[in-house]
Write a protein of this length. Structure first.
Length: 57
């Protein structure tokens, strides 16, 4: 028989919710963005496609 108060449960008895909405780390950090590298947010894909060398066609 335990003499502990039943309301004071240890960590082993604690209920932990492991739902799908629990996020430990973000998918992308601020350093992994264009703004984190000091670049503009818009891409330059249109410019690069317009300047595509003729021998690539």
């Amino acid at each position: 028989m335990s003499t502990q108060d039943p309301r004071s449960r240890g960590d082993d008895d604690r209920v932990v919710d492991l739902g799908d909405d629990f996020t430990v780390l973000p998918e992308q950090t601020a350093d992994d963005t264009d703004q984190g590298w000091g670049e503009r947010t818009g891409g330059n894909d249109d410019r690069l496609l317009a300047e595509r060398p003729p021998h690539w066609d």
